[in-house]
Ligand binder design. Sequence first.
Ligand code: NAD
Ligand code: MG
Length: 365
Amino acid sequence: MNVVRRKRLDALKVELGDRSYPIFIGENILTQSNIADYISGIQVMVVSNEPIAPLHLQALIDQLVDFQVDQVLLPDGEQFKTLASVELIFDQLLEKRHNRTSTLIALGGGVVGDMTGFAAACYQRGVNFIQIPTTLLSQVDSSVGGKTGVNHPLGKNMVGAFYQPQAVVADIGFFSTLAKREVAAGISEVVKYGLIYDADFFVWLENNMQAIVNLDSQAMTYAVRRSCEIKAQVVAEDETEQGIRAWLNLGHTFGHAIETHQGYGNWLHGEAVAAGTIMALDLSCRLGWISEELLERTKAMFKVAGLPVLPPENMTEDDFIQLMSVDKKVLEGKIRLVLIKELGRAIVTDDFDHALLKQTLAIAN
Ligand code: NAD
Ligand code: MG
């Protein structure tokens, strides 16, 4: 039993009716987040991976003294985001006789989070789960919104489910052990929220980018909080991506083409999205919707973060067109893109001059 009364943390709430849940955000809050309040039964399965567990697992286990805690450590990396890895979770759950009241806790980045959520959606047709995202990308993006799943050899994220957690604990203290390059990859998604939804946040990011890169506690907490707020708002409006949720894919059609062309892992997703975002802004600029100044300001921010601002030189226009034509947003053979109408507002459209798109695709050559 906990005899020490712990301070209540403020939470951000994701509003989804009876599936609403809180996101706790701050530095070193894992120990204050009263995680036990979100566990209904007595059985807990912690899912993490080999590199993260030695760094952060014990701090979590210490919070779970009142429960029967089992754990499964998955192999690390996007190439292991597979049904075979999810089966390792089911194996443990069954071997340790977890029942329907069991709670799964994901401790890791987006890969661990997406697989744990999917396992929770499927195990006995659905058990509770809690997300403890440990990368910037997973705190501001993958842990909010309920998309879970795995890759298939023929396509990324092709098998999955929408499934919401009971709670999310986003502790920015985890970033102290995260590679700088991974922090930068998350920053590109943070900048995205400013571009598509909140001009003031964009300006705030410009003024605070160096502090964020330095992992300044206040700046990072605000950046994560505002990003989660925006994603939560977008998801609450459009959970199943019929409309505005597609804005979150700014830079992603170009970015996915870059990732695929370079081979997964050579460019991190966030790096490809940064170059892709610059390409989306470049086209928006050619269409006369935004100023060149906004394009340059975004590039300047990405440079401070250590993110690329051009696509790889070895990619031709044809490479892009071919790879972009398999995007999920393609309808009746037309490439649809998320572009920026003005700072803080995006649009999804296939109505643009393809000669201008070609100029954008050639910016690195
Ligand atoms: P990741 O989970 O692979 O983590 C990146 C690397 O950092 C891994 O090697 C991991 O082991 C390591 N790591 C994580 N936290 C650490 C820490 N605190 N200290 C040291 N090392 C740490 O990658 P990611 O960028 O977090 O997530 C990418 C995944 O998220 C992709 O599979 C993507 O499809 C998915 N995603 C999902 C959604 C969604 O809505 N569900 C949204 C965006 C991305
Ligand atoms: Mg993304």
